[in-house]
Design a protein around this ligand. Structure first.
Ligand SMILES: *Cc1c(COP(=O)(O)O)cnc(C)c1O
Length: 341
């Protein structure tokens, strides 16, 4: 099977498996797991933040990130296709007691100008804004990337109004690779960042939240409350350390493969995609012109050993990662062409 559904399908490398087997562990709820402690310190160091917190999933990391900056009854400003709004089971409402104030955008990328107009003060009729959330790279924006300057403008604007900014940086290392700016510079003004070890970086499990020490002391309690106190989690953190230290360097290969796939898709009958718009490892393309729906094409591709998910009736999504090669991408597009006829 050539699996282009998501970069979450990556399996741990031999080096990760060895590190997992050899990991020195302890009870992380007592903060006695040296490998988890090391991972949290290294994540904080790499992002230039005071502290880090190892969490089982990106969803839990965002849940904690939103909760530690807000109080019940506030609004969180995000773009309309944000992962936190559409793919996390309404957790902003469920755990933080907040509503999302969604701003429509072309490709998921907000600007301070768009955000500023939606900020609400305390009033007898409207909920006050509690937090700004930005997603970098943007999943449903086809892996689009925030220009570093736009992040800084959003943070400066938010901070001048006493508001904080959380970054859903599930793929922030892809963003960093695309703009050629290290993550500590890219996120210098952001108050907290969640990023995934388990996607393009290849770890089997795990995400991180980095930010201020006092925020994350509170965040650690939220993690326990959410059921994320994982005891001898060093076996997972050991793989996470390799993901963090060694895997970002190769993400440009995934980006080149995504660009290649986008170019081949652009030459495919009935498919619409602008290859120039592809910046990272996600390629969302329009299949309306094929006369088939996304789910129909997806089912037919599966019979040919290719896994590509539909986003909706009219579009599909390819995600490149280190378990698929250039040749795999080539075969996948050939299979799609066969299916389309
Ligand atoms: C994958 C992802 C997450 C978190 O996903 P988990 O499956 O919970 O680890 C959060 N935000 C974005 C943009 C994602 O793509």
């Amino acid at each position: 099977m050539i699996d282009l559904r998501s970069d979450t399908v990556t399996r741990p490398t031999p080096a990760m498996r060895r590190a997992m087997a050899d990991a020195i562990v302890g009870d992380d709820v007592y903060r006695e797991d040296p490998t988890v402690n090391r991972l949290e310190e290294r994540a904080a160091e790499i992002f230039g933040k005071e502290a880090g917190l190892f969490v089982p999933t990106g969803t839990m990391g965002n849940t904690i990130g939103l909760k530690m900056h807000t109080s019940h009854g506030q609004e969180i400003i995000c773009d309309a296709r944000a992962h936190i709004l559409n793919y996390e089971l309404a957790m902003a409402a469920w755990f933080a007691g907040c509503l999302c104030r969604a701003i429509p955008t072309a490709n998921g990328i907000l600007s301070w100008e768009l955000i500023r107009r939606e900020i609400r003060a305390v009033s007898p009729h409207v909920a006050p804004t509690g937090l700004i959330e930005i997603e970098n790279t943007h999943n449903m924006g086809s892996g689009s990337v925030y220009p570093p300057q736009v992040i800084n403008e959003i943070c400066d604007g938010a901070h001048s109004m006493g508001l904080r900014v959380h970054m859903d940086g599930a793929r922030v290392f892809n963003a960093s690779t695309a703009v050629g700016v290290p993550v500590h510079e890219l996120t210098a003004k952001v108050d907290s960042v969640m990023f995934c070890l388990s996607k393009g970086l290849g770890a089997p499990v795990g995400s991180m939240v980095v930010g201020r020490k006092d925020d994350l002391a509170q965040g650690r309690l939220y993690r326990k409350r959410l059921g994320g106190g994982m005891r001898q989690a060093g076996v997972l953190a050991a793989a996470g350390l390799i993901a963090l230290e060694e895997m970002p360097q190769r993400l440009h290969e995934d980006h080149a493969n995504a660009k290649f796939a986008a170019q081949r898709l652009a030459e495919t009958r009935g498919v619409k995609i602008d290859p120039a718009s592809i910046q990272t490892n996600i390629v969302i393309f329009d299949v309306a012109g094929t006369g088939r729906t996304g789910p129909e094409l997806s089912a037919q591709l599966k019979e040919r050993g290719v896994l590509i998910n539909a986003v909706n009736a009219a579009s599909m999504r390819i995600v490149t990662h280190f378990d698929v090669s250039r040749a795999d991408c080539e075969s996948a597009i050939s299979a799609l062409r066969e299916v389309i006829g």
